[in-house]
Each structure stands twice: as structure tokens, then as C-alpha cells.
Write a protein that binds this ligand. Structure first.
Ligand SMILES: C[S@@+](CC[C@H](N)C(=O)[O-])C[C@H]1O[C@@H](n2cnc3c(N)ncnc32)[C@H](O)[C@@H]1O
Length: 453
């Protein structure tokens, strides 16, 4: 198997993605069926995720240089051009002649011999007009379009971010979302210590580093191969979870012996963290409406050796049996995921402003019903992995306006995450500032005894 097989695999995967398949699902399917070696698997992954992420930029180049605009090209030729242009523009380690020859070859192998001349001409022209000081891509004057084309994002996301943070920060955020994501681990303190895990990784020649403020977090530095083969995985010594997701459970601050509801729990990243912090003493009701994802939660809990979890399948808006039951509830609600676009190459093209509005309605309903499941005086944490104010600040403001017995509560001053709290009392993690996934989280406490009844 050589790198041309990796390009062919990338082409077939992209073809499925353009027919509607999820990028990670399609890639996983093709990689499983292939016998590519590790280097070529990595190369195919880079080609697929890179071409999907950079789609708008690559189309703009085709629009600029092609006789036909990108959307007028035959779909497969457009995909092949994406692959070639992606390598020319973003990968520095492949000679130009190799990129052009292999891309032309790809067109011929896939029965487009007649159009291989078009591929050849467009790639050569791109190379001809590229100089170290001059980007061949001509950008429009309009700021939103300019950033959208240069960083390859839809205009509505650029507009949303410009409004919140201005031009310089939006550029940094876009740039961050185009990088390959880091992998963080959360050490299971019921089975091991962070030092023991560090030592095991060092012995396996894998570089890790601690994350400031987060007592259980280690970041893998560089690529590592299959996660399941890393030291300590099978033993349940750690779980993969981004640092910002770890912050959510520290904000909830569950205590041993308590009753906790995790209302949107699957696949269990936060449920398992809650149980670890409770030293596996007490009860966590892990609810979710997607049975297949709850199965993963059970597998994770089993691997980590955790016992205090009770599964509850269904719509968390309808669990009247939970009224006034919990000491604390976590609502890690479904969201548009704009804080984790670097992890899901196609998500920026799937989400829409209309979808965000629908999600905000569901989020408000989940928050409203979830608040009824907490004992008077109890705690609620609301969190999302998005950076959309309609799903974050606005949901909380509306909730507080209509629920006068709830108010924002800061974490304790000695909490690991205290320094992240914004003046408004919530935490909004900006990836390019904190080097973590984008997240929003806030802790609320009910004040009036009996008000929930
Ligand atoms: C952000 S994910 C939760 C991630 C999880 N907390 C973790 O840390 O692994 C949101 C979850 O909400 C679930 N969900 C969506 N609508 C729901 C509803 N009405 N009731 C219960 N669960 C719901 C989805 O199935 C999805 O698993």
C-alpha cells in the first residue's frame, strides 16, 4: 500500500461525504476496510479532514482559475481538485510535481481521463502564480466574505464571531478551528495517580504534559496511534476528555453520598467524571434519549470500574418521577457545537442559524424541566460546547427572568476553575485563548425552599 492508495481512499471517502455521510463515520468505514499502514492512514485522514474544512477556500480558487466555477464542475472532478489544491496550498512536505502527477493520476484512475487535462492545467496555474510573498487567492473587500473565504467558514459564523470579539480575535479563532485537535486525558483517581500515568507514558516514549489548574488532566503531545493501545486504557486508568469538558464537573462539584442527575449523559464523559469525584459513593442518574449512546456510557463506566450509575433512557423533559429528587443536576445539553468545530471537519457546513434557533428552544425546555428535579436549595449546572450566545447567555438570562428562585452561584474560591469565571458569573472558554475546546458553563442555585413543588 502506498500514498496513492491513501489518496484514492481519501477520494472515495470525500465522495461519500459529499453525498451526505458524516466525515468521521465515512472515514472510519473506509479506513477499517483498508490495509494502509499508519503513515498512510494519517495522510488519508489529513487529506479528508483538510479538504472538508477548507472546502470554501478551495472552491474560491477553482472559481478564480477554472474555466467553470466550482459548483459547475462534475462533483468528482471538484473533489479531485480539492485534494490537489489542498496539498499544494496547505501541505509543505510534498513536492509540487508529485502533487500534480498524483492528482492527474487520480482523475485517470477514476475514469476521468478526458478531464485530467483540466486538473493538470488548474493545478499548474495555481503553482505558477504562487510566490512566497503573494497568495494567489484573490479575496473580496467585504470583511465577512474575506474572512469566510480565507479561513473557509460560512458567513453566518464569521458574522457571529465578529460581533462578539472583533476582527483580530475572530481570525485567531478561525485559525485555531482549522488545526488538528489536541487529545487530553482525564486520569481516574479511583485507580491511579497522574504521576503514575505520566511515568507509564514516558516509558512508552509518549510525551504528555499537565494542564494548568486541572488536577486530572494530561495532554498528549504529538501523534500516538490507536488510543486503545496506549498504556492504562484497558485498565481504566484514564479516559479521553478535553480539558474544558473536565471543567464542567468541577463546576458541578459533586460530593460523596449525593444524588446527582446527569440529564443529557451519553456517552458518559461527564457522568464518569462525576462518579470519580464522588469516589463512587452515592447515586448518579444518567439519562439520555439515545440508547446507542447510552450503551457507550455503560462500556465506559465498566472499563473505569464505576458502580454508582443508574441508567435512565428517554426524554429528560418528561421525568416527573425525579421531581425534587437531586442534590445537583447537570444539563450538558445538545448544542450546535461551534466550540468544537476543529474536532468535526464537516460541522461548520452542517449547522445553520435555523438549527441554532431550534436547539435554543430544546435547551430552554430541558433547563426548565431539569430545574424541577432539584431539591430546594440544590445546584444546577448548564453547559454547552458552543460559542453561540442564543444557546448560552440568552438561555440563562431567559431562565433567570422567568425563575426568580434561581440565581447564578460562583464556584468556591479554592475550586480549580475559579480563575476562569467571567464577571457575569459564568465561564466561557475561548479556544484560542485557553488552548482548549470552546465551552460555556454556569452554575445556578435554587434559593426559595419548596418553590419547586
Ligand atoms: C452534548 S451531548 C452530552 C455529552 C455527555 N454529557 C458527555 O459528557 O459525554 C448531548 C446529549 O443529549 C442527548 N439528548 C438530546 N435531546 C435529549 C432529550 N430531550 N432528553 C435527553 N437527552 C437528550 C443526546 O442524545 C446527546 O447524547
Amino acid at each position: 500500500m502506498n500514498s496513492q492508495n491513501a489518496r484514492q481512499l481519501a477520494f472515495l471517502t470525500l465522495r461519500d461525504i459529499h453525498k451526505g455521510a458524516y466525515a468521521d463515520v465515512a472515514l472510519d468505514r473506509f479506513l477499517r476496510a483498508s490495509n494502509l499502514n499508519d503513515i498512510n492512514r494519517k495522510f488519508a485522514t489529513e487529506l479528508v479532514y483538510g479538504s472538508v474544512r477548507r472546502q470554501r477556500t478551495l472552491d474560491a480558487i477553482i472559481d478564480q482559475l477554472g474555466k467553470k466555477k466550482a459548483h459547475q464542475q462534475p462533483t468528482d472532478i471538484r473533489t479531485i481538485l480539492h485534494l490537489g489544491l489542498y496539498q499544494l496550498r496547505y501541505l509543505t512536505n510534498i513536492p509540487v510535481s508529485a502533487v500534480i502527477n498524483t492528482t492527474v493520476e487520480l482523475a485517470k484512475e477514476n475514469k476521468f481521463a478526458g478531464l485530467s487535462g483540466v486538473v493538470n492545467a488548474l493545478l499548474r496555474q495555481y503553482d505558477r502564480i504562487s510566490t512566497p510573498n503573494q497568495d494567489p487567492l484573490i479575496l473580496p473587500e467585504n470583511l465577512v466574505e474575506r474572512l469566510g473565504i480565507f479561513y473557509s467558514f460560512p458567513d453566518w459564523i464569521i458574522e457571529l464571531w465578529l460581533k462578539q470579539w472583533g476582527e483580530a480575535e475572530t481570525e485567531k479563532l478561525c485559525d485555531w478551528m482549522n488545526q488538528t485537535p489536541a487529545i487530553d486525558l482525564r486520569i481516574n483517581p479511583l485507580k491511579t495517580t497522574i504521576e503514575e500515568v505520566e511515568t507509564a507514558f514516558k516509558a512508552a516514549d509518549i510525551l504528555v504534559r499537565k494542564i494548568p489548574h486541572l488536577p486530572q488532566a494530561l495532554r498528549l503531545m504529538g501523534s500516538t496511534g490507536a488510543i486503545q493501545k496506549l498504556p492504562g486504557f484497558q485498565e481504566g486508568f484514564w479516559t479521553v476528555q478535553d480539558s474544558s469538558a473536565q471543567m464542567v464537573t468541577h463546576l458541578l462539584d459533586p460530593q460523596p453520598g449525593e444524588i446527582i442527575i446527569d440529564a443529557c449523559a451519553a456517552p458518559g464523559g461527564k457522568t464518569t467524571h462525576i462518579v470519580e469525584l464522588m469516589q463512587d459513593v452515592g447515586k448518579v442518574w444518567s439519562c439520555d434519549r439515545t440508547p446507542s449512546r447510552l450503551k457507550k456510557l455503560q462500556q465506559n463506566a465498566q472499563r473505569l470500574g464505576l458502580k454508582s450509575i443508574e441508567i435512565c433512557t428517554g426524554d429528560s423533559r418528561n421525568f416527573s418521577q425525579f421531581t425534587n429528587l437531586a442534590d445537583r443536576i447537570l444539563l450538558d445539553v445538545p448544542c450546535s457545537g461551534l466550540g468544537t468545530l476543529h474536532r468535526h471537519a464537516d460541522a461548520r457546513w452542517r449547522q445553520t442559524p435555523e438549527n441554532v434557533k431550534e436547539l435554543a428552544i430544546l435547551q430552554k425546555e430541558l433547563l426548565d424541566s431539569g430545574s424541577k428535579y432539584v431539591k430546594p436549595g440544590g445546584i444546577l449546572v448548564y453547559s454547552t460546547c458552543t460559542l453561540h450566545p442564543l444557546e448560552n447567555e440568552q438561555v440563562i438570562k431567559d431562565f433567570l427572568a422567568s425563575h426568580p428562585n434561581w440565581q447564578i452561584e460562583l464556584p468556591a474560591a479554592n475550586s480549580p476553575i475559579y480563575s476562569f469565571v467571567a464577571p457575569e458569573g459564568w465561564i466561557k472558554v475561548l479556544p484560542h485563548r485557553e488552548q482548549m475546546d470552546g465551552f460555556f458553563m454556569v452554575r445556578l442555585r435554587s434559593t426559595a425552599e419548596g418553590f419547586n413543588k
